[in-house]
Each structure stands twice: as C-alpha cells, then as structure tokens.
Design a protein around this ligand. Structure first.
Ligand code: ZN
Length: 246
C-alpha cells in the first residue's frame, strides 16, 4: 500500500524516540497574529527600530506606545489553532518531547503544551531593566506609558528578545541539547531566516534526525534538510494530523 505524505509523517513521528517541534510565525497566522515579515507583516507598517534595545532605552515612551498597539491589542484575544492543538496532543500522547518556538504569543501554552522553550522570550511578561524582576503582563497597567516597576521604579520592557539583545541562555542551551538528541523534527511555519534559531533543524539533521516540514511555500530547509514537505497552511495540516492521533 502506498502511503501519502501525511501517513509517512505519522509513521516517522510514531516510530521516533525523541521528536521535537520547531515553530515560527506561520503557525500563528491563522490565529490572527500577523508575522513580522512578508505580506501583511508588522514591519511593513512600523519601523523595526522600536524593538532595537538602544532605541527603546532612549525612547521608552514612544516605543511602548507602538509596542502596545502592535502586540497588546490582539495578543490576549488570540486563540490557538489546530496546529497548536496538534502539538499539545502529541505531547500528551507521549510522541513529542518539547516545542521550541520563535513566537512570543504564548499560544502553545494556551493550547495545552507543557514543555515549551520560548527561544525569543514572551510578550506575556514584562521585565524590569533595573532589578530584573518579571511580571505577568496582565498585572501591569499599560494606561500610562512607559510602565514602571512597582518595586524599584525601573523601566519595564516586554520580556521578549529585542534587536541586539542576547537569546536567553536557558533557551539557547536547552534548544541545542534537544536539537542534538532529536531523531525527528516537525518544522511548522518558519522558513529559517532568523539566526541562531534557524540552526535548530540543521543541528538535528547532522545527527540524522528526520525532518518533517509544514510550510505554505518551499523554504531553504526544503531542499537541504526536509524529508517531507507538507505544503499547507499550519492550521489545515494540524487538522489533518489530529485525525491520526485520536
Ligand atoms: Zn525593578
């Protein structure tokens, strides 16, 4: 019997011992979250300098005003889609060790995923630039900008990685470890343009992992790494996959 690409992917996932997922903006587009780049992207409308750490520190009020508009208008209203639910289901069934996401929207957790590495941090928290205390964003008023640390009056910044900032050490170390140990990587909604995150599937492939790619277009992973490309919107692919894991 000939297997279609979904069935082949399901076989790989079910036979793997350590499968991980690597996700990007494309998984959240159908949840109503615009990507940064490309058609309808945030950077077509706004100047990326507001997320440049130096610019932010010098112009916190203006930067926050735009950040609030871009990230905090929709992010708490957004709901996970079938692709997020597919991954949380895989984890519950014991087929997925962890999700490594480049997204800051918290939708994997909202879908029920437990082991999530947020490579670029999260918009769900704010961090004080003075005492480094972290706060749930829902506990912080954004009526007056910029928001100030209730403990030390320092400037608060969204707890995601700005341009020229380092990737959180924990995320980097854990991602590297998972990438080295994985025997299967499910890539969803990322074309691998952003370093160093883009290296995660590359490292896994060097250690002979099978690569399943779900993207609407061919990417640079397709030719060099992917064993299977499912050319599909993330949510639709998630819906199809869910049927195999009921
Ligand atoms: Zn503080």
């Amino acid at each position: 019997m000939l297997l279609n690409d979904y069935e082949k992917a399901v076989e790989i996932i079910k036979n793997s011992k350590k499968c991980i997922a690597f996700t990007g903006a494309g998984i959240s587009v159908q949840s109503g979250i615009p990507p940064f780049r490309g058609k309808g992207g945030i950077w077509n409308k706004y100047d990326p300098k507001i997320l440049d750490i130096d610019y932010f520190l010098e112009n916190p009020k203006e930067s926050w005003r735009k950040i609030k508009k871009i990230f905090y208008r929709y992010i708490n209203k957004a709901e996970p889609n079938s692709a997020h639910f597919f991954l949380s289901k895989l984890e519950k069934k014991g087929f997925l060790k962890t999700v490594i996401t480049q997204n800051i929207d918290g939708l994997h957790q909202k879908a029920g995923s437990i082991n999530v590495i947020e490579f670029h941090g999260t918009a769900q928290k704010a961090v004080c630039m003075n005492c480094f205390e972290k706060y749930d964003i829902s506990k912080i008023s954004l009526d007056e900008l910029p928001p100030i640390c209730p403990k030390c009056w320092g400037l608060l910044k969204p707890d995601f990685v700005f341009f020229k900032e380092q990737i959180p050490k924990y995320a980097l170390e854990q991602s590297l470890k998972h990438a080295q140990e994985a025997d299967c990587v499910i890539i969803i909604g990322t074309s691998g343009e952003i370093m160093p995150a883009s290296q995660i599937p590359v490292i896994a492939k060097q250690n002979n992992a099978k690569i399943i790619e779900i993207n609407t277009e061919k990417t640079k992973y397709t030719e060099t790494l992917s064993d299977i490309l499912l050319k599909e919107k993330a949510s639709l692919a998630g819906e199809k996959f869910l049927k195999y894991f009921e």
